[in-house]
Design a protein around this ligand. Sequence first.
Ligand code: 26Q
Length: 639
Amino acid sequence: VGKDPENASDYDWFHAVALATRDSTIDRWMDCTREAYTGGQKRVYYLSLEFLIGRLLVDSLSNLGLFDVAREALAGLDVDIERIRLLEPDAALGNGGLGRLAACFMESMATLGVVSHGYGIRYDHGLFRQAIVDGWQHEQTETWLDFGNPWEFERSEVKYLIGFGGSVTAATNEKGEVQHFWHWAEGVRAIAYDTPIVGWRGAGVNTLRLWRARPEADFHLARFNAGDHIGAAAEEARAESISRVLYPADSTEAGQELRLRQEYFFVAASLQDLLRRHIKQRGSLDSLPEYTAIQLNDTHPAIAVAELMRLLVDVHSYEWQHAWRLTTATLSYTNHTLLPEALETWPVGLMERLLPRHMQIIYLINAYHLDQLRERGVHDAELLRSVSLIEEDHGRRVRMGNLAFLGSHSTNGVSGLHTQLMRKTVFTDLHSLYPQRINSKTNGITFRRWLYQANPQLTRLLVEHVGEEVLDEPETRLRELEPFAEQAAFRQRFAEQRLANKRHLANVIQERLGISVDPTALFDVHVKRIHEYKRQLLNLLHTVALYQAIRSDPGGNWVPRVKIFAGKAAASYHQAKLIIKLTNDIANTINADPTVRGLLKVVFLPNYNVSLAEDIIPAADLSEQISTAGLEASGTSNM
Ligand code: 26Q
């Protein structure tokens, strides 16, 4: 990094270690990329508006088996890796579970040797930083890129032009076929930024490709040269606003135009990119579904259905039915919620203005779909209305869930119960028409981050008792731990390890809040986005009830307990913000009351993120998973 060791700041050290680590992933990464081109493997493309990655230094070092080497090398230079690693900002390009799942899948696929690419947006600003002032949540801009991002490679040469607005014309070609031309009014450039994702023991290295929006250069320059400097700057700002900031809501707000522009922007860039790769490797798009699986992370990328149809029909001249077969055989859709307010719909008017050709294609998909049903003898008007892509009741809107379902060959829920409820509620009618389509894929987490890295002491205990193999085959080997449950010596070690994790969290609480908590108390943990259906309020009622019970019987046989809360509220979600304020007020009252004598403490740890989760979760004695039955699709912090 161009500094003498004597003058290097801790930050320089972090940067140097990160660059050295990145360097040792490159050879494997290039190998994997080359193998993917020569091999016959199917590629997985994970399209997601969110990747909630957290820090990468320890993740990469530990998966490469270089953590101890790095620690010793740094110690020889008088640098403590434990201090350095804390300087890395979290990559917080996600809101919660859905984004974290995407990040876990990327690492997991690299570990399993699945050839995969994540596609998303390189937001300048990730999820807001949460500050607590007088008990209230304040949102602060998150600036993860301020000191540069050592993990990414800017690929200036990988860029695509993405169109918006304008109009559509049709013409008959020499073969007598009608061809459509979309004359878009506004072009935005998508530039690729690649981050290598290393799998366990460096087995595979896959690519997370995030798109940044830039103005279309020539257009912009022409304006500038003509003397319209303000106009040129406005043009630039308008284009770049697309990748400026993550939408900080975890359930749908009123459909905002910028959100739709984000969705189309990254879908269009990703599809152009993966089709180009497929044609280069396989010659023609006829074999697309054989070699390509595109997974839609919720409906956020569902416009991919219409965009893939547009590319196949308008650009690659496929006949409609053939294009539809290729599209549905390539796409799959994961649903993460049944909450009616969280099901995405877009006003037809907005769609027509921003994506006129896509709106035509959606109408056509709908017409073929409804015709086909009538041919199959389905005439029930109510049923046809409910499976239509267009909602007619509250102003006409495009239903993105129905579009994603129809445009894919597989639609999955994220737990057994959630999948069953998809069949019984939101997708009943579509399910009755396509009974094979809905299936269940229970969520998981990567053991590498959430066990080996976040809980090294427990990992050591596992390795000592069932052997090193547990790290490679935890699904089968963890079973071998069972007999030790009865062994006093093992239980002693287990208890010590737990206490160490709780001491660490107690230190974090002391540092951040100035509150001292007893590490031997029961740590009762409720951490996740703040939402009424997740029922933090119910837990607060329990907290107050416990407080009153202790006050009325201070000499009772109480188990000392610390209630630990953390989580962000969407900036516009008034009720959720009020729940944060209530938590802090209850904490202040209880923590200041000498009659409870520390038998009960309440803390709200600000700015819950992946790194804080890594400190809290391994220290939980009790993990509160009390969402209203049937409303939590899966939950992953429970894992
Ligand atoms: C949509 C439109 C406009 C603005 C925001 C959104 C939006 C953004 C994020 C809607 C939903 C989300 C995130 C949802 C989410 O995180 N769901 C969680 O997914 C986890 C992984 O499957 C499950 O474990 C959780 O149960 C589910 O709540």
